[in-house]
Design a protein around this ligand. Structure first.
Ligand code: SOE
Length: 386
């Protein structure tokens, strides 16, 4: 019989739902060495969190994360709350001997990320940061093809992450638009995913030069907000994060990269795209067609060369065999389920989870270097995190 892992989730809005869905589903489709038990969910508003707990099948609820992380019946603390409280919750959870799973970006800055890494290492607990796009089968397949040498030596990485949900200047303030709660804007919210995908597929980024801009500097004040929707309150508030950040990157293996993140690109809904060009071929993936991996190989006969569209839904593709018959498309939520599968497998087998807080901290190191570069206008080295 698989062992069980009692989960305590902090946050019950957008990410709270995505994580709950994953905890509820993973062990139904995958045979896991450790199965999650939805023990407790935590949020500040008692009526809201009570309703969420009963709707999603959490056994109990708390209104204080301090209480949740010290409960003796909790084994894993999952942080699906805004960035400014990641560090405090993760450090307290690790000190209480709990495994820690945390939303991206891992921390507000590199100093906090280092603290979190030190805490989980000192406690000897498992730790994982949620970079859900790594877990899309087509992206995992890209990683496999790169490992096999199918595109040769990597030369270029091209990342764009574009959305449009903030294009209306009347869209009210929310925590993602305040530096004190989010750290940064499009850069940390979206760019973090691009940096992680680049690290995953092409290796470490060592130097960056970037620029950032806020186009809509004032918005209606926040009345209420949930996920990516908000209702305006009285008055206005200053936006304190970037709307658009772009940067150039140099990789440890000699590759070069370009990155762009914005939530002001009309028509682009969740256009998270990465293209990798190597000496023998190219790979390209975009979330807006998430099951498809484009692959070009110079090894193909000349007259038949061209990008092929691999629909990554065969049983032989990563994670897919446990879901539906071939061609029955997977979606956004499956990435979250796969992250839980990997985390539970790591806990059950007493192995390291991936991506762990080291990957999360390395991503934050790049984000921070870009911000420094945007201030100085110069190339900036990325601080090493080991
Ligand atoms: C909002 O921009 C958001 O939900 C991000 O916070 C997520 O990380 C991204 O995956 C989708 O868009």
């Amino acid at each position: 019989m698989a062992k069980t892992v009692n989960v305590g989730l902090v946050g019950y809005k957008f990410m709270g739902k995505a994580h709950s869905q994953a905890f509820r589903t993973a062990a139904k489709f995958f045979d896991l060495p450790a199965e999650p038990v939805m023990k407790a969910v935590c949020g500040r508003d008692e009526a809201g969190v009570r309703e969420f707990a009963s709707r999603w099948g959490w056994e109990s609820y708390e209104t204080s994360w301090e209480k949740l992380v010290t409960r003796s019946d909790i084994d894993l603390v999952d942080i699906g709350a805004p960035g400014h409280i990641h560090r405090d919750i993760a450090v307290a959870a690790a000190k209480a001997g709990k495994h820690v799973y945390c939303e991206k970006p891992l921390a507000m800055n590199l100093a906090e990320a280092r603290e979190m890494l030190t805490a989980v290492r000192a406690a000897g607990v498992k730790h994982m940061v949620n970079f859900n796009y790594r877990k899309c089968p087509a992206v995992s397949l890209a990683k496999q093809l790169i490992k096999e040498g199918q595109i040769g030596e990597i030369r270029h990485v091209r990342c764009t992450y574009l959305q449009d949900w903030l294009v209306d200047p009347m869209f009210p303030m929310n925590w993602r638009l305040r530096a004190e709660t989010a750290g940064s804007g499009a850069h940390g919210d979206l760019g973090a995913h691009s940096v992680d995908l680049a690290h995953f597929l092409a290796g470490a980024i060592t130097e960056v030069v970037g620029d950032k801009k806020t186009f809509i500097t004032e918005r209606p004040a926040e009345g209420t907000s949930s996920g990516l929707t908000a209702v305006a309150g009285e008055g206005t508030e200053q936006v304190t994060v970037d709307d658009h950040t772009m940067f150039l990157a140099r990789f440890a293996n000699g590759a070069t990269g370009t990155f762009e993140a914005t939530r002001l690109a009309p028509g682009r809904k969740n256009f998270n795209r990465i293209e990798v060009n190597g000496s023998k071929g190219s790979l390209a993936w975009c979330f807006e067609d998430l099951n498809v991996l484009e692959f070009f190989s110079t090894a193909d006969p000349g007259s038949a060369q061209g990008f092929r569209k691999i629909i990554a839904t065969e049983g032989s593709h990563p994670y897919v065999g446990n879901w539906w018959p071939p061609g029955h498309m997977l979606g956004y939520d499956h990435g979250f389920s796969h992250a839980v599968v990997d985390l539970m497998t790591a806990i059950g087998n007493d192995a390291a989870a991936s991506p762990c807080f080291l990957a999360g901290a390395r991503c934050v190191a790049v984000l921070e270097a870009v911000e420094k570069s945007a201030d100085t206008g110069r190339w900036q080295s990325v601080e090493k995190v080991e």
